[in-house]
Design a protein around this ligand. Structure first.
Ligand SMILES: Nc1ncnc2c1ncn2[C@@H]1O[C@H](COP(=O)(O)OP(=O)(O)OP(=O)(O)O)[C@@H](O)[C@H]1O
Ligand SMILES: [Mg+2]
Length: 251
């Protein structure tokens, strides 16, 4: 579904460059995690995918079409929930549909459906201040879904949550993924989170600019439960990924 072909990108005025001649791909409906040290360029990859930044060289294709020629193929959910405090939950969720000029009746119908699906049907008329951190992330996710895009770019969506809420949100996200059949790219610092969620992990190990991401298959099927994280093979995978990240930091 998504393919980078020899993409090079450097922020204006930056001497090092961010990515150089980078190629990788993500299949339809895949769940891929991206891990790498802070500042290595993970969020920049998302900015390139959603067209906020343009490559200096190379191509980014979605379903074999250059992204400059298509619209609404990806939806981005940032680290902080970015809900508007003066809008109710329902109105926050409707925002992408308002921008797309969907009729108010249709907006209401779709918002009600998605809020039910994410377990927040009773909170439609509440405001962000009335919700817990995990609930706010669910609202932000619902809004991301209602953009109608097939590819969701989730940039450390759970990093601000406490451990238990985070674990619950991970399980919840896998249920949503199974339900909606979206392609998910998920940035995280947390190796265990990447292993629990993803079918495949891309790890960025190079010093800047990075030229490749190593692809690592997670040897677990779906549905998953946390017991699987205790398997010897998975514990070894986790240690090996942590080792790779540590080496990349010392480059
Ligand atoms: N708009 C920008 N203009 C110039 N430089 C930028 C811009 N955005 C990011 N950078 C620089 O590019 C580098 C990579 O940033 P990026 O946000 O992609 O890293 P990251 O891997 O997502 O880091 P983190 O894990 O901390 O979120 C950083 O050194 C950052 O200072
Ligand atoms: Mg980032």
């Amino acid at each position: 579904m998504l393919r980078f072909e020899g993409v090079t990108f450097c922020y204006p005025g930056d001497e090092l460059g961010m990515v150089e001649d980078l190629s990788f791909q993500v299949e339809d409906c895949e769940f891929v995690a991206i891990i790498g040290a802070s500042g290595c360029g993970k969020s920049t990859v998302f900015r390139l995918i959603n067209g906020l930044e343009r490559p200096d060289r190379g191509k980014i294709l979605v379903d074999e079409k250059p992204i400059e020629t298509i619209k609404n193929y990806s939806a981005f959910m940032p680290q902080k929930d970015l809900l508007f405090p003066w809008r109710s939950v329902e109105k926050n969720v409707c925002l992408p549909m308002e921008l797309a000029k969907v009729s108010p009746a249709e907006q209401e119908k779709r918002a009600a459906q998605v809020l039910k699906q994410v377990g927040l049907a009773d909170y439609a008329k509440k405001y962000p201040k009335d919700l817990s951190g995990g609930m706010k992330q669910r609202v932000a996710f619902a809004r991301t879904l209602l953009s109608g895009a097939d590819m969701l770019l989730l940039d450390e969506p759970f990093s601000a949550l406490d451990y238990l809420t985070r674990v619950e949100m991970q399980e919840w996200l896998l249920e949503q993924w199974a339900h909606y059949h979206k392609t998910i790219l998920f940035i995280t610092h947390d190796v265990e989170e990447a292993i629990f969620l993803a079918k495949r992990i891309y790890i960025i190990q190079d010093a800047r600019p990075f030229t490749q991401m190593e692809s690592i298959e997670v040897p677990l099927g779906y549905p998953r439960n946390r017991e699987a994280l205790k398997q010897g093979e998975i514990v070894e995978l986790k240690e090996s990924l942590i080792g790779k990240l540590r080496r990349s930091v010392s480059l």
